[in-house]
Design a protein around this ligand. Structure first.
Ligand SMILES: Cc1cc2nc3c(=O)[nH]c(=O)nc-3n(C[C@H](O)[C@H](O)[C@H](O)COP(=O)(O)O)c2cc1C
Length: 414
C-alpha cells in the first residue's frame, strides 16, 4: 500500500505509537523507497551480463543521459493554500481506464530479470490498476500471459519484413484478448550496446570463466534460470519449443526477421489488419508522428528512443515531446517513455502534452529485487510521488496539467 495513501488511512492507536517509533523486519534490509534504490539492489542481484542488457544504452550513452537530463530543464509551478489534498490520478490510456497515467513498457527477455517476468509484470500492473505491454521478444507466450492475467493487456509488435510471421502474431494477440497493438519502428537494426558485447551478452551468448563465475555467485538466479528455462524470446521459436531448443530457434529466427527495409506500406498493412487500437512506438520526429496519425490512421504514437538503446545522439524523449504534441495537435494520443524515474517526471511529461507515460527499466529493477511485488512497489512509489507533488503544487487532477504548470529551468535560475 502506498505510504501517502496509507498515511491517510486511520490506524489503531497503539499500533501507530509503536510504528512511529520503530519497526522491525526479518529482511536483511529496508525495502527500497525510490526507483534508484531498486536499481542499486537489482545491480547486485543480477549477473553482470544481464545487468548490462537491462541497464545499458547504445554507444557512448549520450541519449541515455539526455533521457534523464531533459527533465532537469523544467521546474514546477507551486500554488499555495489551494486546499487540494486528494488529487486525481485516474485517466485513460490506449482506450482503457487506468488508476494512474503510468503503464509498463515492453521489455524483451524479461525472464532473464525474473523467471516469471512477463506475467509477474502484467499482474503487478493489473493490481496497481494499469496495464503492461507484452514484448514480441517475451519469455512467455502471448497465450501464457493472457492465461495468467485477468485484464486485457497490450501487445508490442516488431514489424518484421516477414508478413506471414507478423500476421500470425497479430492473430494470436487478437485471439488471446490483447486490445492494443504497439508497433515498434526504431529497431531496423540492433543498437550497439557495448556493455552487452563486452560481457558476452550477444547472439550467440559468449561464456567466459569470468561471466560464468559471476553468474555462479547468484545461485538463486541460476537455479531459477535452469528450473524454468525462460530466458528466451519464446515468440520467435516455433509453438511448443521449450528450453535450449527454443533458445537456439529464437536466436536464429530473430535475426532473420529483423530487417531494415520496412516501409510505411508495411505499417499501413498492419493498420488495416488490426481492428483494435494501434500505436506507433519509437517516434522522435514530428513529421513522422503526423504521418502515423494522419496517413496511417494510428490512434497515436509513443515518443521513445527505445530507452536510449538504439540510435545514440538521438533526441532525449522528453526533449522530442513538445514538437510532436504541437504537430499532432489533438488528432491522436501522444505517450512518452524514456528516463521516467520519479513522479515529478510523469507530471512534467503530462504538462508537456503526453496523455500518459511508460516505464521500462524501473519495473525490471523491481522484478529483479522482489518479483511481482517489487514491480508493484515501483508503481506505488511513482504513484506516491505524484500524489505528493500534485498536493504540493496545488493541482487537482492530472488531466488539468498543461504548460501553465511549467517554468523553464533556464528562466527560473537566471
Ligand atoms: C531490457 C530492455 C528490453 C527492451 N525490449 C524492448 C522490446 O522488446 N520491444 C520494445 O518495443 N521496446 C523494448 N525496450 C524499450 C522499452 O519498451 C522502453 O522504450 C524503454 O525501456 C523506456 O525507457 P526506460 O527504460 O528509461 O523507462 C526494452 C528496454 C529494456 C530496458
Amino acid at each position: 500500500m502506498s505510504a501517502v495513501l496509507s498515511g491517510n488511512a486511520p490506524q489503531p492507536k497503539e499500533k501507530q505509537a509503536v510504528s512511529s517509533f520503530a519497526r522491525f523486519t526479518l529482511g536483511s534490509r529496508v525495502t527500497p523507497i525510490s526507483v534508484e534504490g531498486y536499481r542499486k539492489l537489482a545491480r547486485k542481484r543480477l549477473p553482470g551480463m544481464v545487468w548490462a542488457y537491462v541497464d545499458g544504452g547504445a554507444d557512448g550513452q549520450v541519449t541515455l543521459a539526455d533521457n534523464r537530463n531533459g527533465f532537469q530543464k523544467w521546474r514546477l509551478r507551486q500554488r499555495s493554500l489551494t486546499g487540494i489534498s486528494k488529487p486525481v490520478l485516474a485517466t485513460r490510456m490506449a482506450g482503457v481506464d487506468v488508476s494512474l497515467p503510468i503503464a509498463l513498457a515492453p521489455t524483451g527477455l524479461c525472464g532473464l530479470t525474473r523467471w516469471n517476468g512477463d506475467w509477474a509484470a502484467a499482474r503487478a500492473a493489473e493490481s496497481a490498476g494499469t496495464r503492461h505491454v507484452l514484448s514480441t521478444g517475451s519469455s512467455w507466450t502471448l497465450e501464457e500471459v493472457a492465461g495468467r492475467t485477468e485484464k486485457d493487456h497490450w501487445y508490442q509488435l516488431y514489424p518484421f519484413g516477414n508478413r506471414a510471421k507478423v500476421g500470425e502474431l497479430m492473430q494470436r494477440a487478437e485471439d488471446a484478448g490483447f486490445t492494443a497493438l504497439f508497433v515498434t519502428v526504431d529497431v531496423p537494426v540492433r543498437g550497439n550496446r557495448e556493455g552487452e558485447r563486452e560481457t558476452g551478452m550477444g547472439v550467440p551468448l559468449t561464456f567466459t570463466p569470468a561471466n560464468v563465475l559471476d553468474a555462479a555467485m547468484r545461485p538463486r538466479w541460476v537455479y531459477e534460470l535452469f528450473r524454468h528455462q525462460r530466458a528466451v524470446a519464446i515468440q520467435y521459436a516455433q509453438a511448443g519449443a521449450v528450453g535450449v531448443r527454443a533458445a537456439v530457434m529464437a536466436a536464429s529466427e530473430q535475426d532473420r526477421y529483423m530487417q531494415g527495409d520496412l516501409s510505411w506500406d508495411d505499417l499501413m498493412w498492419m493498420r488495416q489488419r488490426w481492428k483494435g487500437k494501434l500505436y506507433v512506438k519509437g517516434v522522435l520526429d514530428a513529421e513522422d508522428a503526423a504521418r502515423c496519425v494522419d496517413e496511417i490512421g494510428a490512434d497515436g504514437v509513443v515518443v521513445s528512443n527505445h530507452g536510449a538503446r538504439q540510435l545514440d545522439h538521438a533526441l532525449g524523449s522528453i526533449d522530442a515531446l513538445p514538437a510532436i504534441v504541437e504537430r499532432i495537435g489533438g488528432r491522436g494520443e501522444v505517450y512518452l517513455d524514456g528516463g521516467v524515474r520519479r513522479g515529478t517526471d510523469v507530471i512534467i511529461a503530462l504538462a508537456l502534452g503526453a496523455k500518459g507515460v511508460f516505464v521500462g527499466r524501473p519495473y525490471l529493477y523491481g522484478l529483479a529485487v522482489d518479483g511481482e511485488r517489487g514491480a508493484r512497489n515501483v508503481l506505488d512509489i511513482l504513484r506516491d510521488d505524484m500524489v505528493r507533488a500534485l498536493i504540493l503544487m496545488g493541482c487537482p487532477d492530472v488531466k488539468s496539467l498543461d504548460r501553465s504548470w511549467l517554468i523553464p529551468a533556464s528562466s527560473a535560475t537566471t
